[in-house]
Design a protein around this ligand. Structure first.
Ligand code: IVH
Length: 689
């Protein structure tokens, strides 16, 4: 190739690759496969290796490669980066709005007619990116707002940050444009990073924000390059040769020119509409794969922004509507142990009550023994508790700095706290178990599972009642529920409380509740066979597996005598499940329970070809983003097994949009069409898992 042709090829490759970076990282809508991308990238790399003079600073191959620094250089921002005043609740947001309206009204501007823009407030690290003649010339941290640190080398490693402004043919870049945004570490990457750090004996980052800040402020850019940082751009600061008249215009300009702008930004005609949008994000916070600590409400028009001005460090034209924090710090009083229905000993934290994500929590899961040791959680520690949406509260980790030395390390009990049997931890498993099949805790938990919504769905027999009936010796297993004596139940003392006069008043089971309970039990006898099979709580037999087994074997009898190979050969069922099924039927007391359930009149068979209950029949799903517990293919399989359909695009007939981490444009479209968007938890619940 002639030198000019080689040069041309390198230039085209650079443009191509940056274009695909833009589609992949900024728009989340790749146009080519990863393999094709790698091919282009490698071709450019080879060309540049052969002809080093072709290696331009803005080549995509040059994102990483700078030498470690000794220290960061301080830089003055061309315009200060302000912070935001907070509104802690809707009232404060309303008073902000009234204040703004009044100031504008005094100047003869009717604010009622003015647009507001709302955006998710990203909990990361603010940065400023200066582009001169279209090229990224400097990236800096916010610092104190006036002076920050030059972290260009690290920011260049973030592929969502364009090295050159994307221009249309014939378009010229503005002489200077300063784009501002929030750098963050996606939640999944944060968790992975902390796991790696724990494995390497390094202290964990307390939250994704610290992890992002720590990564951007690395002197060695190779470390930053190894962390999948990302950015949402939310403002244009200093410009030369670019005239904009509103914030919305700035957002549009950034989107058009290759910057990653959050797809959830919205423009509103009324204040109430803006408030509703903020509220909606708060609800859907668990769906985002990044932390948002609130919503930002901004006056759109630059002219009005100027009139409103800045007080201290906070512009009056914007406000941060803070969400209830999803993490809090509290004292871990004790580590308790729950014995689950499969005998697993589940440690949990008993804590000083604390408000997290808008509710008071005093208990949180601690997963398992290894996890407690990995995070080094001790009784008496101050701990960070996290709660996102409907998710069970979690203990993130201890606040090491607050240790007094009196904290107690955790040891899994050697005896089951419920039945005192010696516990076992099978090799290769993280769970410690109570091996006693007649352990009271396991039995109570299995009865609770039996009556639960996804299983026999026995309304009127709640968890508390199950516990009480068991303690009183009125039931010893799930079958006993169907032999309860109505008269013996009426007037049964459930609990008691102290009244205002200091007297103990018992709460008794009323006639009406007993009737309701009896009706519900009667009704449950009509549940199809596969529901009964699931309700038995056989290990590894969830609702889907129960359906597969029910369809294949047709009856409890046939399944009960089937050999392991036959069970394992059912499509979707493997040897582990088959083994668990065999183990279950091998227990005489399980056989006895089944006999009594049959006697009570439950359905333990289904006619061949009997239409399976297909709870998702006629429902259309669209999947977007990454699910933590399933691949796309698995999710599709499960939806289809339950009678639902999966389609590739959101349309009029879509019933549910399942949004995993980093949902793409489909989620946005779903929002426009006002379709039901559900997160992973709710999706799993829908599948009955
Ligand atoms: S606007 C005056 N928009 O919040 C405008 N800031 O508490 C100030 N932040 O330092 C910035 N998401 O780091 C703006 N969509 C967003 C934001 C956002 C996160 C951060 C930013 C700022 C801090 C102020």
């Amino acid at each position: 190739m002639a030198p000019s042709a080689i040069e041309g090829r390198a230039r085209r490759l650079r443009q191509e690759i940056e274009r695909h970076n833009y589609f992949y990282y900024a728009l989340d809508r790749p146009e080519i496969s990863d393999a094709e991308y790698d091919r282009l990238f490698n071709e450019l790399k080879e060309l540049e290796e052969k002809h080093p003079q072709l290696r331009t600073p803005d080549s995509p191959t040059q994102r990483v490669g700078a030498k470690p620094l000794k220290e960061f250089i301080q830089v003055r921002h061309p315009l200060p980066l302000f912070s935001l005043a907070n509104a802690r609740n809707e009232d404060e947001l309303r008073s902000w709005h009234s204040r703004v309206s009044k100031i504008l009204a005094d100047r003869g501007i009717d604010f009622a007619e003015t647009a507001l823009v709302t955006e998710p407030k990203i909990d990361g690290l603010a940065v400023s990116l200066v582009y001169e003649q279209g090229r990224l010339s400097r990236g800096a941290t916010r610092g104190n707002g006036e002076v920050g640190e030059d972290v260009t080398m690290n920011l260049r490693t973030i592929r969502a940050i364009p090295l050159v402004v994307r221009l249309r043919p014939g378009e010229r870049a503005p002489a200077v444009v300063e784009v501002r945004g929030e750098v963050y570490l996606p939640l999944a990457a944060f968790e992975k990073l902390n796991q790696e750090r724990a494995a390497a004996g390094k202290p964990a980052f307390a939250n994704p924000r610290n992890a992002a800040a720590g990564s951007v402020r690395q002197l060695d850019p190779r470390i930053a390059a190894g962390r999948p940082l990302n950015i949402w751009c939310y403002q244009i600061g200093y410009t030369e040769g670019l005239e904009l008249s509103s914030h919305w215009q700035a957002l549009e300009w950034m989107k058009k020119h290759g910057f990653r702008v959050n797809p959830y930004v919205e423009r509103h005609k009324s204040f109430d509409e803006a408030v509703a949008a903020c509220r909606a994000w708060e609800q859907r916070r668990p769906e985002f794969d990044y932390d948002i600590d609130g919503a930002v409400v901004k006056v759109n028009d630059y002219g009005m922004q100027d009139v409103l001005g800045v007080v201290g460090r906070d512009p009056r034209w914007a406000v941060a509507f803070k969400f209830a924090p999803s993490t809090a710090i509290t004292m871990l009083l004790k580590i308790g142990i729950n014995v689950g229905r499969t005998g697993a000993l589940n440690p949990y934290a008993i804590m000083e009550p604390v408000e997290v994500g808008g509710v008071t929590v005093s208990q949180a899961t601690l997963h398992n023994e290894d996890d407690i040791h990995r995070k080094d959680i001790r009784a008496g520690d101050w701990v960070v508790v996290e709660r996102a949406g409907d998710v069970i509260p979690q203990v993130v980790g201890p606040v090491i700095q607050k240790r007094s030395g009196k904290e107690k390390s955790f040891r899994m009990p050697e005896k089951c706290p419920s039945c005192r049997s010696r516990t076992v931890r099978p090799e290769g498993e993280v769970v410690v178990r109570c091996p006693n099949k007649s352990c009271p805790s396991q039995i109570v938990e299995s009865i609770k599972h039996f009556v639960s919504k996804g299983a026999m769905d026995i309304d009127g027999v709640g968890e508390k009642l199950v516990e009480r009936l068991f303690r009183l010796g009125l039931i010893e297993n799930m079958a006993d529920l169907y032999y309860l004596d109505r008269d013996g139940l009426v007037g049964l003392e459930l609990s008691s409380s102290v009244n205002s006069k200091g007297k103990l008043v018992p709460h008794r089971l009323q006639e009406k509740s007993v009737s309701k309970m009896m009706e519900a039990l009667e009704k449950s006898k009509q549940r199809p066979f596969h529901r009964v099979l699931f309700a038995l709580g056989i290990r590894h037999v969830g609702s889907i597996n129960a359906q597969l087994l029910a369809t294949h074997f047709g009856s409890m009898e046939a399944l009960g005598v089937a050999v392991r190979e036959d069970i394992a050969s059912v499509e979707g069922i493997g040897p582990v499940i088959a083994e668990a099924v065999r183990d279950f039927f091998a227990e005489p007391h399980n056989q006895e329970t089944i006999r009594r359930l049959r006697q009570a009149g439950l359905r333990l068979s289904q006619k061949p070809g009997e239409r399976q209950e297909r709870p998702l029949a006629g429902k259309s799903f669209v999947l977007t983003g990454k699910l933590a517990s399933l691949t796309r293919a698995e999710a599709r399989e499960k939806i289809e097994a339950l009678g639902g359909k999966v389609s590739g695009a959101v349309g009029k007939s879509t019933d549910y949009v399942v949004a995993g981490a980093s949902p793409g444009s489909k989620a946005k479209r779903a929002q426009e069409l006002e379709k039901k968007i559900i997160g992973e938890k709710e999706f799993l619940r829908l599948l009955g898992e």
